[in-house]
Design a protein around this ligand. Structure first.
Ligand SMILES: Cc1cc2nc3c(=O)[nH]c(=O)nc-3n(C[C@H](O)[C@H](O)[C@H](O)COP(=O)(O)OP(=O)(O)OC[C@H]3O[C@@H](n4cnc5c(N)ncnc54)[C@H](O)[C@@H]3O)c2cc1C
Length: 538
């Protein structure tokens, strides 16, 4: 991945033609503005501080060529892919760069690296794809002598499928496309497709309790993991890959979501499914977000949800129609028709079904009946197909917007159905208030995309003209939204994890005793405190 943004050089997604007018009209931004990243040579990287003795031990553990301290490697591991990460790195600030990047090729080598680092008091930051959006891969020393980034890309060979049990043992450093390609070769799928799929890894998914776009149908990663193998400084903490167990509290649950602060996840045994023979993605319209939420609740509680279920609020629908993306079918159906149905200014939903042709048709019949009863109007397959085509293009567009001096950030939460409308309102208002109060009127939009019988997630995207102090502007918005989430009864993260950016709200999530319990586990597994300092625990 290029050091200042998403994807590889030469692969760009252009902003739609209508975007310029929208930036001007909605945000007061000048679409002609250009704020490109500085040249690589201009990036400022601090001197490496890895003690020679530590370097020798690391070289002995993984081979000298796999201990890298060249500028490019260090810059590429300095930050993750959140908005503040990109603002900093694009401006040439790589002050957080690790002192070295170390690439082990086996769990034994990981153990050797951790022993060397514990002896020399060197922090270890596990690095999968580096797509964290909460500061999870930023090297923090916290009083230690130095910090390394432990890049797991060489831990990426094993894909062992058990077709009878429908499970697969996957090594942690496998990137999404490679893991899925090798599963498909054996006729199965994990069904885990986060928007960061192209550049995130199996280990990263497990370490962050990630949720893919089809999590309602296939399950979140924490529901798909059956067993894990984790190497901690104190030794190996493995859990048996069994379908269920009553052997005390689940230690698997301790490792899943541990964000690298307890140890390194080297492999996971996951549940897989036969690869779907067919797919059908389609659009629906609702008169309002409240009506759509209610229809989604009824559908989910009846056990009739699709695999992918997304409901955009009025703002997100308006933007996608204006940009001529997934909403264009709504345009074609005609504003008159939608007005006659009371849907003008309404909300777009995308539903995606996967399986055999017969299963899909059967499920669509039940789901369609419930959605129609809830006020939904079917828009056919075109909006669904358009969504599938653009499902991974968001991060490329973000680079284009950053180039034009636009703040663009996302955040997410989850709450009960009973509270969903109130939380949607509170977080939206908090973001609008925080940004407009600073003189930069924002565009705030939201969608529901992960359904549970008792509630759903809310995923907010907000844009504003970037201020000179872009980080202070971001912090004001982030703080206001997180405070509103906590006060409004949501979780501070449904799937992005805690990292550095959400640490101050961790106590609100698990309480004082909960923090002490996690700290006690960390002290036992990582007595010197080398594992991913400054993350998860406040
Ligand atoms: C554009 C974009 C879209 C995204 N969309 C989604 C989405 O749809 N759903 C979603 O859930 N998330 C999403 N994310 C967030 C991010 O992609 C996920 O958190 C993902 O799971 C991170 O995987 P990774 O391999 O990149 O991990 P990294 O970013 O490298 O690491 C994430 C955290 O896990 C730790 N870690 C990584 N690997 C290991 C390991 N093997 N052992 C122990 N600790 C480890 C790291 O130290 C860090 O704290 C998105 C991010 C971006 C930038």
């Amino acid at each position: 991945m290029r050091w200042w943004g998403w994807g590889e050089d030469g692969h760009a997604v252009q902003l739609p033609p209508a975007a310029g007018g929208l930036l001007r009209d909605e945000l007061g931004a000048d679409p002609e503005t250009r704020k490109p990243p500085v040249a690589l040579e201009q990036v400022s990287v601090p001197d490496a501080r890895l003690p020679d003795a530590a370097r020798e031990r690391l070289a002995a553990a993984v081979g000298a060529e796999h201990v890298r301290d060249d500028r490019e490697s260090r810059i590429a591991h300095a930050v993750g892919r959140s908005y503040p990460d990109l603002v900093r790195i694009r401006s040439g600030d790589a002050s957080s760069a690790p002192d070295a990047v170390v690439l082990p090729a086996s769990a034994d080598q990981v153990a050797g690296v951790l022993a060397a680092c514990a002896e020399h008091r060197v922090g270890v930051v596990p690095f999968g794809g580096g797509t964290s959006v909460v500061g999870g891969v930023e090297p923090v020393r916290d009083g230690l002598a130095a910090a390394i980034s432990l890049d797991l890309r060489r831990l990426a060979s094993t894909v062992e499928v058990d077709r009878t049990s429908l499970t697969a043992r996957l090594e942690a450093g496998l990137l999404g496309p490679e893991a899925e390609r090798r599963l498909r070769e054996q006729g199965v799928t994990l069904g885990h497709f986060p928007q960061s799929f192209e550049y995130s890894t199996v280990g990263g998914w497990v370490a962050t309790r990630s949720a893919g776009q089809a999590s309602t149908g296939y399950g979140r990663i924490d529901e798909l993991v059956e067993g894990v193998r984790c190497i901690a400084p104190a030794g190996e903490l493995g859990t048996r890959a069994v379908p269920a167990s009553a052997a005390g509290p689940s230690l698997r649950e301790l490792i899943v979501g541990s964000e690298g602060v307890l140890g390194v996840i080297c492999e996971a045994t996951v549940r897989v499914r036969p690869a779907p023979a067919a797919r059908r993605y389609e659009g629906w319209s609702f008169a309002s977000f409240a009506e759509g939420c209610d229809a989604f609740r009824v559908m989910e509680q009846a056990g009739c949800s699709a695999d992918v279920n997304r409901l955009s609020d009025e703002h997100e629908t308006r933007l996608s129609m204006a940009l001529g993306s997934t909403g264009s079918r709504m345009e074609k159906l005609g504003r008159r028709y939608l007005r006659m149905r009371g849907h003008e200014g309404g909300c777009l939903a995308i539903l995606g079904f996967e399986g055999s042709e017969e299963e899909i048709e059967d499920r669509r019949r039940h789901t369609g009946a419930l959605l129609r009863a809830g006020g939904g109007v079917a828009l056919g397959h075109r909006p669904g197909d358009a969504w599938v085509r653009s499902r991974y293009s968001g991060p490329y567009l973000r680079d284009e917007l950053l180039d034009r001096g636009v703040l663009i950030e996302t955040l997410e939460t989850a709450t009960s159905w009973a509270n969903l409308g109130a939380l949607h309102h509170a977080v939206g208002e908090a973001l609008r208030g925080a940004l407009a109060g600073r003189g930069t009127p924002p565009f705030v939009m939201c969608h529901v995309s992960h359904l549970y019988p008792s509630g759903a997630s809310l995923y907010f995207t907000f844009l504003a003209r970037q201020e000179d102090d872009a980080l202070a502007q971001w912090r004001a918005a982030k703080t206001a939204a997180s405070e509103a989430i906590v006060a409004g009864g949501g979780t501070v993260t449904h799937h992005h994890a805690i990292g550095r950016d959400h640490r101050q709200w961790m106590k609100a999530e698990v309480g004082e005793v909960g923090i002490e319990l996690l700290r006690a586990a960390k002290e036992r597994l990582d007595p010197v405190g080398i594992m991913n300092p400054g993350k998860l625990l406040p």
